[in-house]
Write a protein that binds this ligand. Structure first.
Ligand code: G6Q
Length: 559
């Protein structure tokens, strides 16, 4: 939704000294090319990097000077970023619209540390749940946990949606290399019955364990799929309700609803209202991840998260990777007018990482009201999207190279492949490095002519360059590295939300979507023609879909 033009900045951001300084600076530097910036400073690529927590972050190919970065850091200070970071880590209720602390960082706090929420240290609770998850995972992985008929569990299906699905799916795919290949992991999220049917069609219910992952345990899609799963299990297991306890476990904050569903709360793994759905993959919502990769690898992932948390919390802003990433996102979104950011992992295992980031970034910062309840007069959250390299190079990269839109890119790559295979990995790495180079420096008319190109074709083949990117390199994709990468983006999102003075931790738009369908479901399902009182389009869509359902054929005319 586009913001209506505003006649002034209600929260003062766009009239603030740091913002005005950036605006003036932008007028000076907007036309400066990356070509020129690198030509003026041959050490730019040596200087504009940060190495921390095992990541190499190269931000030199951004349309920014040292002064830009200084001014952005000044903006961050003006927005109180250091204080906000402290407030989050301290457990202050910074999710103001839900009056909640925001403590995903507590999920990876080492044993023995202390974070107090409402007078209670939450770190021991986190480890108590982790220990229960570990004990359960060991039992399932070893075969000690048996299904109702005495068979061991070979299949695990996570039923959840949004934050209770995207993290587990992404982490399973990302860490498949470390997973127990004798087990099958599937994920059902969509209320479209096809999702459930395709996920279960070749599985034996006697060997299948369902994890019902839902913070609230009321989400329509998840509860519908959970009931279908219970029927599917019980039908095959002789209808004995006792089977539920052997084939269903729950991850939730709502013990009452879990018990109501028939799951033994001894097989429930809890978390807390200070963990947002999209920040929950390292809570018990990660149970499927732990079952796949084992408790030690899961703990290694948590350690990776924690290393990035510590980097974020303790490193000066100017050398702080998530801060720099977040500030550059603000620079492009609010000054250059960029609408989207492309994220391109050159690692097949990270194929779901962009989809995961879409929720993290867009649900968090897709807000137009400030913490003080005022409408913003600047752009907030960008659209994040992406695909693994090199596939994207053969499709949409064209628009990034030669289109009319500015699309800042994040490239993510690893020095070592988990599947070394002949020349593949060198080629993969050559491609990611070449793309960042080509986007930045392009191809000049002179270079195109020197290839013997006829003059009429020259403009078509010229690539102007000046397309910015970050490059993130790590040694190899491990559970630890994955934790660092996710935390990196979490904190970049936090940095952006802090500058924009918005609540990155609520999701009222999602809540509205959850409510609206409830009204239409009975109208679609009703045996008799329902009386409809929506707008004319919605009324017609409901009538048409009822008719399509009944006959499979639309009438010749009318809705
Ligand atoms: C995430 C959102 C949302 C949520 C899902 C599932 O931050 O709040 O994506 O995770 O709607 O909610 P439940 O876990 O309560 O089923």
């Amino acid at each position: 939704m586009s913001a209506e033009p505003q006649t002034g900045s209600q929260n003062g951001l766009t009239k603030s000294p740091a913002w005005l300084a950036l605006q003036q600076h932008f007028a000076k530097v907007r036309e400066r090319s990356l070509h020129a910036l690198f030509a003026e400073d041959s050490a730019r690529g040596d200087r504009m990097i940060v190495e921390a927590a095992g990541l190499y972050f190269d931000y030199s190919k951004n349309r920014a000077t040292d002064e830009t970065l200084d001014l952005l850091v000044h903006l961050a200070r003006q927005a109180g970023l250091p204080e906000r970071i402290e407030a989050m880590f301290r457990g202050d209720k910074i999710n103001v619209t839900e009056h909640r602390a925001v403590l995903h960082v507590a999920l990876r706090a080492p044993k023995g540390t202390s974070i107090i929420v409402d007078g209670e240290n939450v770190v021991p609770q986190v480890h108590e749940v982790l220990d229960r998850m570990a004990a359960f995972s060991e039992r399932v992985r070893s075969g000690a946990w048996k299904g109702h008929t005495g068979k061991r569990i070979r299949n695990v299906i996570n039923i959840g949606i949004g934050g209770s699905d995207l993290g587990p799916v992404m982490a399973y795919e990302a860490l498949k290399h470390y997973s127990d290949r004798a087990m099958t992991f599937r994920f059902v999220s969509n209320v479209d019955g096809t999702d459930f049917v395709e996920a279960t069609r070749d599985l034996d219910p006697a060997e299948t364990l369902f994890i019902i992952s839902s913070k609230t345990f009321t989400t329509l899609e998840t509860m519908t799929n959970a009931h279908t799963a219970r029927e599917w299990s019980l039908r095959a297991l002789g209808g004995d309700q006792a089977a539920v306890a052997r084939h269903f476990v729950a991850v939730s904050t709502n013990a009452a609803k879990v018990a109501e569903f028939g799951i033994d709360t001894a097989n429930m793994f809890g978390f807390w209202d200070w963990v947002g759905g999209r920040y929950s993959m390292d809570s018990a919502i990660g149970l499927s991840t732990m079952l796949a990769i084992g408790p030690d690898n899961f703990r290694a992932m948590l350690d990776g998260f924690h290393q990035m948390d510590e980097h974020f919390r303790t490193t000066p802003l100017r050398q702080n990777i998530p801060v720099l990433m977040g500030l550059l996102a603000v620079w492009y979104g609010d000054f250059f007018g960029a609408e989207t950011t492309g994220v391109f992992p050159y690692e097949q295992y990270l194929k779901r990482f962009p989809a995961y980031l879409q929720q993290l970034t867009m649900e968090s910062n897709g807000k137009h009201i400030t913490l003080d309840g005022q409408r913003v007069d600047y752009s907030t959250g960008q659209i994040y999207w992406g695909e693994p390299g090199t596939n994207g190079q053969h499709s949409f990269y064209q628009l990034i190279h030669q289109g009319t839109r500015l699309i800042p890119c994040d490239f993510i790559a690893f020095g070592q492949s988990l599947n070394p295979l002949g020349p593949h990995h060198d080629m993969l790495m050559a491609n990611v490095i070449a793309q960042a180079e080509a986007l930045a420096f392009g191809k000049t008319p002179e270079q195109v002519r020197a290839e013997g190109t006829p003059e009429w074709l020259v403009p078509h083949r010229v690539c102007e360059g000046n397309r910015p990117s970050n490059v993130i390199l790590a040694e190899r994709l491990t559970p630890t590295t994955l934790g660092k990468l996710v935390a990196l983006y979490e904190h970049s999102v936090f940095t952006q939300g802090t500058i924009w003075h918005i609540d990155s931790f609520d999701q009222w738009g999602v809540e509205l979507g959850k409510q609206l369908a409830q009204r239409i479901i009975p109208e679609i399902a009703s045996e008799t023609e329902p009386k409809l009182s929506h707008d004319s389009s919605t009324n017609n869509l409901i009538r048409r879909s009822r008719r399509l359902k009944q006959s499979g054929k639309p009438r010749a005319s009318g809705p």
